[in-house]
Design a binder for this molecule. Structure first.
Ligand code: UMA
Length: 472
């Protein structure tokens, strides 16, 4: 693979945004991509089949054929494709190398790469680092799980440019082991692991396997590189010593070792470097809600400094940064009720984080498609804390309702897959339940795919419903 892709048959599995970007880049490299997607031809994303036909690119619809993969020079998977499917087993048995879209793109990327992984907070931290680097006048691209496949940017990779990547466990899964295709060329100048909480248990055998997947980011680092780990998250403990990178931690308190240390009272972050250097950052003007976002900021400061941003630029970016949409985003206040959109809270842990970040009692809108998670921690929040009422939607409404038990008022809304209609009903019900001084919070603890295209679509539906409701 390192010797070039020219003339090689590369089967691309999954034709979402990753597969499309990868196929186009492979073609530009003179490879012979074969585009394969489980969807039948009439359900492919618009224009993709025509794009292939116009360029003589072979397509395989409705299946990933074992023969297609067995006869390839390389198979490259999209993040959403699980690695144990029969076609990939056939490829493995035939000795065909397998890689992932992001792994392949990183192995061809010429500039330094920063990788940011974790269950929650990845997108916020990735965007923050991008903003700080821009404030510092450093050229960079921001890509990965955040929505922009890196392979789509390879064509513009003439001059080595810093890449700031949000890396999901799905993407990490298909980074080849030491002897795999391109593995020797994959390197993370800095890798940050923000936190670990149960998620995606429908894809992984268990929680440990999910953590193992994220931990692999440290395998692609040398002694000159930096590993940035959350000191406060004990779930990272089994993997803290993994990899060769130099350690920087981030956490709370005064800090007794190199890293970024947050003092919530003084609203300061102190950075300690291994050579004894120290820096202080003032959090005045930081607008994001919640302790978790201060942890994200601490990690972001370390990554930006490693990437070469000067402390002055880091300080200037702190008050200027705004939360990305659908992440505990304040929407509006009407009749004393505040509305927050945390549609990105697609697992129980992030819904709990959202609840813990709210200062007022909450009427929660939750539910959607489950990922094999246990909802009882939400019941605990209802019993002990701020969760006063809940409006439940989607496939998991029943399961969450059972977990919430008798501790809060529960209403369920479902309009047979009509997501936007259901959301309007849910927002109306939540508004009726909320008292002045309380908050209506969308933090679903579930994926959105039962009723929405994605979490953004769900968040937009919520925001539209809120503005309708408060105008009525
Ligand atoms: N497909 C197959 N075979 C399969 C599974 C899927 O052919 O076995 C096909 C589907 O029919 C569909 C296509 O693959 O046509 C979708 O591919 P994909 O699921 O890999 O999604 P992409 O559109 O390529 O988007 C992916 C990420 N999606 C997933 O990881 C599920 C996006 O993250 C990411 O932004 C994008 O690449 C760019 O890098 C989304 C996500 O939900 C936001 N990520 C998860 C998360 O954050 O929790 C991990």
């Amino acid at each position: 693979v390192e010797q070039g892709l020219h003339g090689k048959k590369v089967v691309v599995l999954g034709m979402g945004v990753s597969g499309q970007a990868l196929a186009a880049w492979l073609l530009s490299m003179g490879a012979r991509p074969v585009c394969s997607d489980l969807r039948p031809a009439d359900h492919w994303p618009p224009g993709v089949i025509e794009w292939c036909a116009n360029r003589g690119v072979a397509v395989e619809t409705g299946e990933h054929g074992a023969e297609t993969c067995r006869t390839a020079d390389l198979v490259a998977v999209s993040p959403g494709v699980p690695l144990h499917i029969p076609a990939l087993r056939a490829a493995r048995a035939a000795g065909v190398p397998i890689t992932g879209e992001l792994a392949l793109a990183v192995s061809f990327w010429k500039g330094p790469v920063l990788g940011i992984t974790g269950t929650n907070g990845k997108t916020t931290t990735t965007r923050l680092v991008g903003e700080i680097l821009r404030t510092a006048g450093l050229a960079c691209i921001v890509a990965g799980n955040i929505g922009t496949p890196l392979s789509g940017l390879l064509a513009r990779n003439g001059r080595p440019t810093l890449a700031v990547l949000e890396v999901s466990s799905f993407q990490m899964d298909s980074f080849p082991a030491g002897d795999g295709p391109g593995a020797g060329r994959v390197r993370f100048r800095a890798a940050a692991w923000l936190n670990l909480a149960p998620d995606h248990l429908d894809r992984y055998q268990d929680f440990r396997a999910y953590g193992d997947s994220k931990a692999r980011i440290m395998d692609f680092q040398g002694p000159e590189d930096w590993t940035v780990l959350n000191a406060a998250d004990t779930r990272l403990d089994p993997w803290r010593k993994r990899g060769l990178g130099r350690r920087l931690d981030f956490g709370w308190g005064k800090g007794d070792r190199p890293g970024a240390w947050c003092d919530p009272r003084l609203r300061m972050v102190t950075v300690l470097w291994p050579d004894g250097g120290a820096e202080e950052y003032d959090l005045a003007g930081w607008t994001l809600t919640g302790r978790h976002n201060i942890e994200n900021l601490a990690a972001g400061i370390l990554l930006s400094r490693i990437a070469g941003a000067e402390p002055e630029a880091v300080q200037a970016a702190i008050p200027a940064f705004r939360a990305p949409a659908h992440r505990l985003q304040f929407i509006t206040r009407a009749k004393g009720i505040q509305y927050y959109d945390d549609s990105k809270a697609t697992n129980v842990a992030s819904a709990l984080t959202a609840l813990a970040s709210m200062e007022q009692p909450v009427v929660l809108i939750a539910g959607g498609r489950g990922k094999g998670e246990d909802y009882s921690p939400l019941g605990e929040a209802a019993r002990t804390g701020r969760l006063r009422a809940a409006v439940l939607i989607g496939e998991e409404a029943g399961a969450i309702g059972r977990a919430l038990g008798p501790f809060c008022v529960v209403a369920a809304m479902n309009l047979n897959g009509d997501g936007w209609g259901t959301m309007r009903k849910a927002v109306a019900a939540a508004t009726a339940l909320a008292e002045p001084g309380e908050a209506v919070l969308l933090a679903p603890a579930c994926a959105s795919f039962d009723m929405f295209q994605n979490y953004e679509d769900r968040g937009r539906a919520f925001q539209e419903a809120v503005f309708r409701e408060v105008a009525s």
